[in-house]
Design a binder for this molecule. Structure first.
Ligand code: PXL
Length: 306
């Protein structure tokens, strides 16, 4: 049997039955990026475009069985990690990264949805900081998530130094740090690359900052006032994973993913009565335009005339 050359991407995330975020959104994105999508489910949500009503986690053994079953048969070229609602799941996922020497691991630290019940409680966050981020290629928090992560790191440092944690609770520097300072702090603490997404910034722009191997890169973007932005973070992390699986560098993968997700938000698809899904079809169109351009450029000059 000849193994297919299609890049394979595994999403380890939660189910969103409304189809915009979680594994459903990831699979749509990975497909639109011309990769083969797989999904191991950490838990299920009950939600629609108005918000998340409830979350349940799958049992530990069952998460382990899903991951072993898929990975021992189909080794992924990249992995996207999304919703984790159990502290024990973090360690199971990190064990799998080590066991199968998984590469191109993109972790989207989803702490809470825009509207509804929280996904990850403090212990999950602490485990992510201690074990999952150091095992990841890139971590992709938005600004509020980065502030929560920075706060947890500073709390831990205070505790280790025997200082009162409460001293900086409320007026903590986290809210005073710029996105690039937060990316650097998290990246240095966890020894991983960090992309702080600017979609939630107050300046009306959507500029992302990446800390990668001691260097800072800025990815400028335009802020789109769309009614349908559900699934943006999931699509970005899945798109970065897909582009890494296709062999792009990390900076190129982020750049391409940002352009694709911007197009998906601009699609402004109207689904449901609340914050509906981004338009994953727009990623497919962008991806095709890009591929057509590459095909034209790769043709010999005499063939280009035809
Ligand atoms: O967009 C974050 C996210 C991730 N995973 C699941 C979600 C959401 C947002 O609602 O439902 C399952």
């Amino acid at each position: 049997m000849v193994s297919s050359k299609i890049p394979k991407v595994l999403s380890i995330a939660g189910s969103d039955p409304s189809g915009g975020a979680g594994i459903q959104g990831d699979i749509k994105t990975i497909f639109a990026e011309s990769c083969y999508g797989m999904a191991a489910i950490t838990g299920m949500t009950a939600q629609n475009t108005l918000g998340v009503k409830a979350v349940i986690a799958v049992p530990d053994d069952f998460l382990r069985m899903q991951l072993d079953a898929v990975i021992c048969d189909i080794i992924p070229d990249a992995v996207k990690i999304g919703m984790i609602s159990e502290p024990s799941h973090v360690k199971i996922i990190v064990d799998m990264i080590d066991k199968y020497k998984l590469r191109n691991v993109i972790t989207d630290p989803v702490i809470a949805p825009t509207s509804g019940v929280r996904f990850a409680h403090d212990e999950v966050l602490v485990n992510m900081i201690d074990y999952l981020f150091p095992a990841s290629t890139l971590v992709t928090p938005n600004i509020p998530e980065a502030q929560t992560i920075v706060r947890a790191i500073l709390d831990k440092r205070s505790r280790a130094a025997g200082e009162p944690v409460s001293a900086h609770k409320g007026e903590l520097p986290a809210s005073e740090l710029t996105p690039s300072e937060m990316a650097e702090l998290i990246g240095c603490h966890c020894d991983c690359s960090v992309l702080v997404k600017g979609g939630h910034s107050a300046d009306g722009e959507a500029t992302d900052c990446m800390w990668h191997k001691g260097e800072l890169s800025i990815f400028r973007g335009r802020r789109i006032a769309a009614m349908s932005s559900h699934g943006t973070g999931c699509a970005l992390s899945s798109s970065i994973a897909s582009n890494l699986a296709k062999g792009e560098s990390l900076a190129a993968a982020v750049q391409i993913a940002k352009a694709h997700v911007t197009a998906a938000i601009a699609g402004n698809m109207s689904i449901g009565s609340g914050n509906g899904s981004i338009d994953h079809e727009a990623i497919l169109q962008q991806q095709r335009i890009q591929q057509d351009t590459i095909n034209i450029l790769e043709r010999k000059p005499e063939e280009r005339q035809k």
